[in-house]
Design a protein around this ligand. Structure first.
Ligand code: AMP
Length: 328
């Protein structure tokens, strides 16, 4: 079975966009691949989080991914900083990574522009740490969004370069797996664009019923259709996209017909959408709360994941040390 490794950026709670755009595919992948997931907390140090931030986001991510259906028996989930072997490989990769090529990485250049006061060495060598995470597991495929493609090219470059320097066929070049190529773009509730944390237009999987209702009832609409069967403008099309994701076909058809024959009442549509989003989120939300109330279980799951990842990582480090010429 092909190996898949995927890092999760600890960037806060999951929203419906994350679920339908990424997490749903991860849950599917665990049945098709030998998959592992890790919470990239070392990567997150580039923004200098507090110890409390680090602990809280690990708990949040673990509980939310598990609640969405990641089965740690099938796809172990670990915390990056628990698998210390990665740091050793990171060091070796750093020795063969050149300043010029690291400075040319688009995400590094973006960060330099966005936070000129904090251009630290960790940001520069981010692709080396990412390559270490991937190569450590000899992964065949890595699920990535478009923004990670250049880092994947660097991982392949570092693998080839290591093999060439030591005249071995050791690391395989990991393929990118564009899981979201066919995923829907989940729209936000503010009329235009996609749902996102920074856009402030998101419904989170952990939102309670009242919060969901409040957010949906405030969604942007218009004065209503002016002609029979007219094309829906973006704010309305967005609400229908959400209906398509969480409601039944009958519900979708009912409101679609009402729009087409100009009898639609947006208040009714929103009430139904809020109820259906809530029905979709409720079981996930309950599981999130269950996991969060059980930190001991979360610890056990993370520890079991780390043990499995460390076993693989230790083997890789042993072989790499031998190749480099170190004692093992
Ligand atoms: P982010 O936390 O914004 O980096 O999102 C993590 C992943 O979730 C992205 O790589 C996307 O695959 C997915 N995602 C985020 N927002 C949306 C959205 N509105 N629609 C579809 N997918 C999304």
């Amino acid at each position: 079975m092909e190996r898949v490794i995927s890092g999760i950026r600890p960037t806060g709670n999951l929203h419906l966009g994350n679920y339908f755009g990424a997490v749903k595919s991860f849950v599917q992948m665990q049945h098709e691949y030998d998959s592992m997931f890790f919470i990239a907390d070392w990567h997150s140090l580039t923004t200098h989080p507090t110890p409390e931030d680090i602990r809280r986001s690990a708990r949040t991510i673990l509980s939310e991914y598990l609640a969405c259906g990641i089965d740690p028996e099938k796809a172990p989930i670990y915390i990056q900083s628990d698998v210390k072997e990665v740091l050793e490989l990171y060091l070796y990769l750093n020795m063969n990574a050149y300043l010029g090529e690291l400075e040319r990485v688009t995400s590094f250049k973006d960060k330099v522009r966005a936070q000129p006061e904090n251009v630290n060495a960790g940001l520069l060598t981010y692709p080396c740490l990412m390559a270490a995470d991937i190569l450590m597991h000899k992964a065949d495929k890595v699920p990535v969004g478009k923004d990670q493609e250049q880092n994947m090219e660097m991982a392949r470059l570092f693998a080839r370069r290591f093999n060439r320097i030591y005249n071995v066929e050791y690391f395989k070049e990991p393929e990118s797996y564009h899981f979201n190529k066919h995923a829907v773009k989940v729209p936000g509730l503010n009329g235009t664009g996609k749902m996102g944390k920074s856009e402030g237009n998101a419904v989170y999987l952990c939102d309670d019923e009242a919060t969901i209702k409040k957010k949906v009832m405030r969604a942007v609409t218009d004065a209503g259709p002016e002609r029979l069967n007219q094309e829906k403008p973006e704010p309305i099309a967005n609400l229908f996209t959400l209906l398509e994701l969480v409601s039944t076909q009958e519900t979708y058809d009912f409101f679609n017909e009402a729009y087409n024959n100009m009898t639609i009442r947006y208040g009714d549509l929103k009430k139904q959408l809020a109820a259906d989003i809530n029905a979709f989120c409720a079981p996930i939300r309950e599981k999130i709360l269950e996991y969060q109330a059980n930190p001991k279980l979360l610890d056990e799951i993370a520890a079991a994941g780390a043990a499995k990842a460390s076993a693989r990582a230790a083997q890789t480090i042993k072989e790499v040390r031998e190749i480099i010429g170190f004692r093992v």
